[in-house]
Design a protein around this ligand. Structure first.
Ligand code: UT7
Length: 344
């Protein structure tokens, strides 16, 4: 029989919350001034149109799993969870180490999560929030007690460094959370997700899959790079970000006035500002670190959450809202009542 918990999304038998958070970014900082040395752009253009001042870039030896593992390790430590107690690992990424094995398998082995199941989830930049609400289902149903959800991407691997309309926007990074049961009234209190496939062509990586395998005759290196109709994606993002937040809140019977901290996907400061206005939130109740990292795709939301915690921007009992959006076109959101941690 399903037990009703106040403010748990419909169907949650057990309330599910975040027990610990961690993040990891590569060391190399690529500033706007450095980019301007090899692509026709300026610091002034990038800052005024996007709010981005720098991004991180993985070394040639570093792959997505390397970032994911370190972020995962830090989340485990923050939550006091041993790797061998993890039941499931979900890695959200659009830049897996390789098509097979899944990045989650590599993470499982290298973390020593001996009895964990694992899979990758790809829905572009919305991936982490999708993975969060997917992982939560396993805890909510009582199937698993500890789920490690990681969002990680090496977006610089998909950049065409001659395309100024995309290469200035993205960076590499990873963030992770450990999910588990929490006290009634805490944890994930509202969720929402969607896809509009008609908009898919506006944000693509065309080659390297089954339609255009990497060995196809006549491929251009540019076919492997990310391509984007910037203004089209911008319009989509501005409309979807606030709406997705409102729908997650509504799912939990909540309103924006109750939100202590809004943590949106870090793609562009102008998109974040537009959604802040849509939700009618004061600037102090919105978190942004896009300035330092650019758009790290699946890493973006958990990296922002992790830094928000480091900066003491979230207290027990606070209502926070996470929103991701991206290729697909896709979006996902989660409203979370922070805290409610229990023993064991
Ligand atoms: O997670 C994935 C989601 N992706 C996003 O959220 C991105 C959404 N889109 C955006 O953030 C914005 O559309 C961009 C930041 C990509 C572009 O800003 P915009 O204000 O929409 O500029 P635009 O694309 O309309 O371009 C305006 C001008 C163009 O020049 P002309 O045609 O007016 O002469 C571009 O060629 O800016 C030029 N431009 C640049 N100039 C200097 C484009 N990129 C650059 C650049 N440096 N890096």
């Amino acid at each position: 029989m399903t037990t009703e918990h106040p403010n748990s999304p419909q169907g949650y038998k057990t309330p599910v919350g975040i027990l610990g958070v961690g993040h990891f970014v590569p060391e190399e900082i690529l500033t706007n001034a450095e980019l301007a040395k090899f692509v026709d752009t300026t610091d002034e253009w990038i800052v005024s149109r996007t709010g981005i001042r720098a991004r991180r870039r993985a070394t040639p030896e570093q792959a997505t799993s390397d970032l994911a593992i370190e972020a995962g390790r830090r989340a485990l430590e923050a939550s006091g969870t041993r790797a061998e107690d993890i039941d499931l690992i979900i890695v959200a990424t659009m830049t897996p180490d390789c098509p097979m094995p899944a990045t989650s398998s590599i993470v499982q082995y290298k973390l020593g999560a001996a009895r964990a199941a694992g899979f990758d989830l790809n829905i572009a930049c919305s991936g982490f929030v999708y993975a969060l609400i997917t992982g939560a289902q396993f805890v909510a149903s009582g199937t698993f007690r500890r789920v490690l959800v990681i969002g990680a991407d090496c977006m610089t691997r998909l950049m065409n460094w001659k395309d100024r309309s995309t290469c200035v926007l993205f960076g590499d990074g990873a963030g992770a959370v450990v999910l588990g049961p929490v006290a009634a009234g805490y944890g994930i209190v509202g969720i929402h997700a969607g896809v509009n496939g008609a908009g898919g062509p506006s944000l693509t990586v065309n080659a390297g899959g089954s339609r255009l395998p990497s060995w196809s005759v006549g491929l251009d290196p540019a076919d492997f790079y990310l391509k984007m109709e910037g203004p089209e994606v911008f319009r989509f993002a501005v409309s979807v970000m606030g709406e997705a937040a409102l729908k997650a809140l509504d799912n939990g019977g909540l309103t924006p006035e109750q939100v202590a901290l809004f943590i949106p996907h870090q793609a562009n400061a102008r998109i974040i500002e537009a959604s802040r206005k849509r939700l009618n939130l004061p600037p102090a109740r919105v978190f942004s670190n896009v300035e330092n990292y650019g758009n790290t795709s699946c890493g973006s939301v958990p990296l922002a959450l992790s830094e928000a915690l480091e900066q003491n921007r979230i207290q027990d009992g606070d209502l926070i809202v996470l929103v991701g959006f991206g290729g697909g076109l896709s979006w996902a959101s989660a409203a979370i009542r922070w805290g409610g941690l229990q023993d064991s």
